[in-house]
Write a protein that binds this ligand. Structure first.
Ligand code: ADP
Length: 319
């Protein structure tokens, strides 16, 4: 292998830049040429591809977003689009590809693998919803953004003795809600993986209220439904003034935490080393602090699970 490519695709996440930097620098360290593919699979199809040098990835390790830009590309879901992508890779003499993105991007990478093109994926998403890895790049940063918001809202909630519903991201996964709810001391955490009963939430809130609690915080994962609707139901059922904050896209931005930068650096370098040793169709991840690699199609066939012990703990600590 002499020349590889790297692209970022789907929803951006903080730490993608650190991953791109790691791929580029490790490739050059290993005496490979490396090409950046801009705008995800869309740039792959159109041939928006440029040679990267050591300096191309200077001063990006601490920046959110992705310097390669990201895109959603419907055309790449078609056989024709995929064939155009493979042709571009061949045209540029690229022999292996690193794809950084979420599960949709993994599906694209699996297609490239099926077309015989050596591809390795890195989990780049704030949602932490990729099986086969304990953490995805961007999750820790998003979590810290949410915690910062919860701490601030808590001040207002206490001053005004209100209940606050905070809607967080995560798509169909409850990880951001669960971790931020636990770290932020939320009274209730609503996640899509677990059914919730409004009367349990109400019981919890009234019990806290009766023992003199000044405020309550309920964290709702977007996969459960609208935080606005939940807040209305809580207010109706308890009679307590209930406000809602939908955190939205601030959770996707910002400078990556040290954890995400280190994770991105380790995974990016591993992906390059795997391409050099001839591995293909693999998804790189971290489990129990060890770097691992699973087949992309196996990762895609599994369902993401939350940590049930942690969910139980969050209930025990918020009595
Ligand atoms: P994420 O990677 O964050 O989950 P998306 O689900 O939007 O984001 O996927 C990103 C891109 O991956 C899509 O716009 C498309 O180009 C590509 N992709 C998704 N699913 C497939 C598929 N089944 N086959 C080929 N490419 C796909």
């Amino acid at each position: 292998m002499k020349r590889i490519g790297v692209l970022t695709s789907g929803g951006d996440s903080p730490g993608m830049n650190a991953a791109v930097r790691a791929v580029v620098r490790e490739a050059i360290y290993q005496e490979l040429e490396v090409y950046g593919i801009f705008h995800g699979y869309s740039g792959l199809i159109s041939g928006h591809i440029e040679k990267m040098e050591l300096g191309s990835v200077g001063d990006i390790i601490h920046r959110g977003g992705t310097m390669l830009y990201s895109a959603r590309c419907e055309e790449f879901k078609t056989l024709e689009g995929q064939k155009k992508g493979v042709e571009q890779l061949k045209k540029f003499g690229i022999e292996g590809l690193v794809v950084i993105g979420g599960d949709g991007s993994y599906r694209g990478a699996q297609k490239l693998t099926e077309h015989g093109f050596p591809t390795i994926t890195l989990p780049g998403t704030i949602d932490n919803d990729i099986p086969g890895t304990d953490f995805t790049i961007g999750f820790d940063t998003a979590l810290n953004t949410v915690i910062d918001a919860i701490d601030k809202i808590r001040d207002t909630a206490t001053s005004h003795e209100r209940t606050y519903v905070i809607e967080v991201m995560g798509r169909n996964a409850g990880d951001i809600a669960l971790w931020s709810g636990l770290a932020g001391g939320a009274e209730s955490i609503l996640i899509p993986e677990e059914d919730f009963q409004m009367d349990h939430i109400v019981k919890r809130l009234t019990r806290g209220h009766d023992r003199g609690k000044k405020h309550s915080i309920i964290v709702v994962a977007e996969g459960v439904g609208s935080g606005v609707d939940i807040a209305a139901q809580v207010q109706e059922a308890t009679g307590y003034e209930t406000r809602v904050t939908v955190l939205g896209h601030i959770q996707r931005g910002g400078s990556p935490t040290a954890f995400d930068r280190v994770l991105a650096s380790r995974l990016g370098a591993k992906a390059v080393r795997m391409l050099i040793t001839g591995e293909k169709g693999k998804a790189v991840g971290i489990q129990k602090n060890e770097l691992v690699a699973h087949k992309i199609d196996e990762v895609l066939s599994q369902r993401h699970k939350i940590d049930n012990d942690m969910y139980q703990l969050s209930k025990e600590l918020s009595i």
